[in-house]
Design a binder for this molecule. Sequence first.
Ligand SMILES: NC(=O)c1ccc[n+]([C@@H]2O[C@H](COP(=O)([O-])OP(=O)(O)OC[C@H]3O[C@@H](n4cnc5c(N)ncnc54)[C@H](O)[C@@H]3O)[C@@H](O)[C@H]2O)c1
Ligand SMILES: CC(C)[C@H](C(=O)O)[C@@H](O)C(=O)O
Ligand SMILES: [Mg+2]
Length: 355
Amino acid sequence: MKKHILTLPGDGVGPEIMTGAKAVLEKIAEDFNHEFTFEEGLIGGAAYDAAGTPLDDETLERAKNADAVLLGAVGGPKWDTIDKTLRPEQGLLKIRKELGLFANLRPIKVFDKLIPASPLKETIVGGTDILFVRELTGGLYFGRPSERRDGGNSVVDTLVYTKEEIERIVEYGFQAAKLRGGRLTSVDKANVLESSRMWREIVDAKSAEHPEVKVEHALVDSTAMKLITNPAHFDVVVTENLFGDILSDEASVITGSIGLLPSASLNGEGFGLYEPVHGSAPDIAGQNIVNPLAMILSAAMMLKYSFHLSEEAEAVEAAVDNALKDGIHTSDLDFEGGRKVGTEEMVEAVMSYIK
Ligand SMILES: NC(=O)c1ccc[n+]([C@@H]2O[C@H](COP(=O)([O-])OP(=O)(O)OC[C@H]3O[C@@H](n4cnc5c(N)ncnc54)[C@H](O)[C@@H]3O)[C@@H](O)[C@H]2O)c1
Ligand SMILES: CC(C)[C@H](C(=O)O)[C@@H](O)C(=O)O
Ligand SMILES: [Mg+2]
């Protein structure tokens, strides 16, 4: 199979983890007889430094013409004080919006070997297998106005969702639940927010169309608690943009490190952008210590969701699992009896377990 991939390494640890993911994909292409071609583009602070904008139209066009996009991470203190409309994060929000990537899948999988690496009790962590379905192109992130008022004495952000935007992500949640354990938790703040009350009505209407899925509504605050007291309770969790952002970082604690969590941002028609859940980690950039597994597992999600190469995706996931089973891990993971390695060695270890 021939596929063309646009890589956007971005800022901070982005380039290091992208190098790792590309090496793994090249090994997959060689072993499984595919032709993957790569072209690289700029996003975030790197793009701002080069051309004064965090995402230019040409890169956006290249993304639209690629078979899939791999993204490292954007942002960092270097750009904290620049005009808010030019901040690295704006490039990320723009590419998600312009490509229509409304469904963000964030699987929370626990690797058995890493159960002791979680700060939570082993009895709590074991059996966790959650899929977050996060709405990615609406809500507070995109609502306007978003501005200071009264000479800086007040401020407004706007939360907007259309019925259609909620319906399509909720439908995605139901479809995902059908392919997994058949349980769907819809997370909202319906005791306070009108947007959440509309969200609940739509979930209830969809529930009637999908009677085989067991649905529960849950409030976001108590969900945050339950996630780390009883994560095995959850199967698929569907929620709006900001709640999904916060809850997925929280859920990373269950697994032992945010450096393990991949994500897929999909347009509902097979096209996707794949990126780790974590950010540019400026505190550890350039030191060969970043955990590359979130990026590598994001590449595996690309193989599965955009290229329908399930066997190849599973080969990558199994290689990650086997490297960890042998105790090979980066320094963000803390457990007894393993072998601590740098980023490059971690990538090599994963590659050595493919096939
Ligand atoms: N998708 C993205 O591009 C994305 C996501 C989140 C944050 N950000 C941006 O990244 C910048 C830094 O944000 P932050 O520090 O709040 O979050 P972060 O996720 O970058 O880092 C949080 C902590 O986790 C550690 N960490 C993250 N990924 C790791 C990995 N793979 N291996 C080992 N340790 C890892 C970091 O060292 C840091 O201590 C900000 O500018 C933020 O806007 C970007
Ligand atoms: C960098 C930021 C805009 C982004 C988000 O909030 O969506 C990040 O935190 C993420 O989780 O992908
Ligand atoms: Mg986030």
